[in-house]
Design a protein around this ligand. Structure first.
Ligand SMILES: NC(=O)c1ccc[n+]([C@@H]2O[C@H](COP(=O)([O-])OP(=O)(O)OC[C@H]3O[C@@H](n4cnc5c(N)ncnc54)[C@H](OP(=O)(O)O)[C@@H]3O)[C@@H](O)[C@H]2O)c1
Length: 314
């Protein structure tokens, strides 16, 4: 059945894939953005409307949400502007509280919320506020579904592409938390899980952890990326004291490519304890099975995709 779905954070990496996936199922999507040019690439997706508004403005959100069947929240940040956690709290808790309030006022009962694996664990602001956001969703009284993915990869991600970019400019890559474990999950599998959860009544009140079929350490993964790109690079695992120092230094680098909060998040392995995909009737891809498609061509495909996306975003 065709549904009307409002998406917060829909202009980003996962949201762009999810919008296309849900549109292909015939759903009508409203993508909320704070900055319209950043969502311009979605204008061509059939049945999709872009609406510019402040997602923290509960009155405005309520007005736009009225008449929709579900709200999907994909807003999340890996780094904040300051240091005390307020930026994380605003994006991961305050925004969720506002979205829940808007659902109640607009009479929208279905909420699908994107969280992250290990939400609530460890001592990073990122994971702590993720846990608080999840608690708000569980207490909301709405028909909620929570997703907790490991790191998500795809041709246009900012994970493999970031490492590929760093490897391209330096023969040596010093790596904090080289032994941190991940089960990277393919973006198309993630959006398929969302699409299934929207269709299934038994997905309400459920939390799904989403992991890919392969588990990697960070160092293994970065070395594999280098090999796929045909680059001979020296990936140097840093002991924790130096990894922490690297995070503290990068805290002050514009754009924060890494931070002390990221370092803290990496202290908790990003691997699943729940077979979320299996519960949704899916078998996920592993990273090496999929990413080889676009890494092994020397990055030409992913550079081309990013160029096209950039051109569309103007
Ligand atoms: N990518 C991963 O590896 C991964 C792994 C685990 C969990 N997740 C979670 O999955 C979700 C989607 O990830 P993604 O990679 O697609 O992220 P993304 O590309 O950064 O997109 C997130 C979107 O959220 C909006 N946004 C960003 N900062 C915001 C803020 N401070 N307040 C309000 N809106 C803000 C932006 O939309 P506008 O600028 O258009 O408003 C942005 O397009 C996030 O919640 C993320 O934490 C991602």
């Amino acid at each position: 059945m065709t549904k009307k779905i409002l998406m917060l954070g829909g202009s980003g990496f996962v949201g762009s894939h999810l919008t296309r996936r849900l549109a292909a199922d015939g759903h009508r999507i409203t993508v909320i953005t704070r900055y319209a040019p950043g969502a311009r690439h979605l204008k061509v997706v059939p049945g999709t409307r872009i609406e510019t508004l402040d997602p923290y403005d509960v009155d405005a959100l309520t007005g736009t949400l009225a008449g929709h069947d579900a709200l999907v929240n994909l807003v999340g940040i890996l780094n904040e502007r300051g240091f005390g956690g307020d930026g994380f709290r605003r994006a991961h808790v305050t925004l969720v509280e506002g979205a829940i309030e808007a659902c109640r006022r607009a009479g929208v009962g279905r909420l699908i919320h994107m969280s992250a694996l290990n939400a609530g664990a460890g001592d990073s602001h990122y994971l702590r506020t993720r846990g608080e956001g999840e608690a708000r969703v569980r207490e909301s009284g709405l028909d909620w579904t929570l997703f907790r993915p490991s790191t998500i990869f795809g041709p246009d991600d900012s994970f493999l592409n970031r490492f590929a970019g760093l490897l391209a400019i330096s023969p040596v890559l010093p790596l904090a938390r080289p032994g941190a474990r991940f089960a990277p999950v393919y973006v198309d599998d993630v959006v398929e899980a969302f699409a299934r959860a929207l269709e299934r009544d038994d997905a309400t009140g459920q939390t799904y952890e989403l992991c890919g079929a392969e588990t990697w350490t960070l160092a293994e993964l970065v070395r594999w990326v280098a090999r796929q790109r045909g680059m001979r690079r020296w990936v140097v695992g840093l002991p924790d004291a130096l990894g922490w120092l690297q995070g503290r230094i990068f805290d002050f680098v514009p754009g924060r490519p890494f931070s002390s909060d990221n370092f803290k998040s990496l202290r908790v392995d990003s691997v699943c304890s729940d077979p979320g995909f299996e519960r949704l009737g899916m078998a996920p891809w592993g990273l090496s099975e999929k990413a080889v498609d676009w890494l092994a061509d020397g990055g030409r495909q992913s550079r081309y995709r990013r160029f096209r996306q950039h051109a569309r975003r103007g």
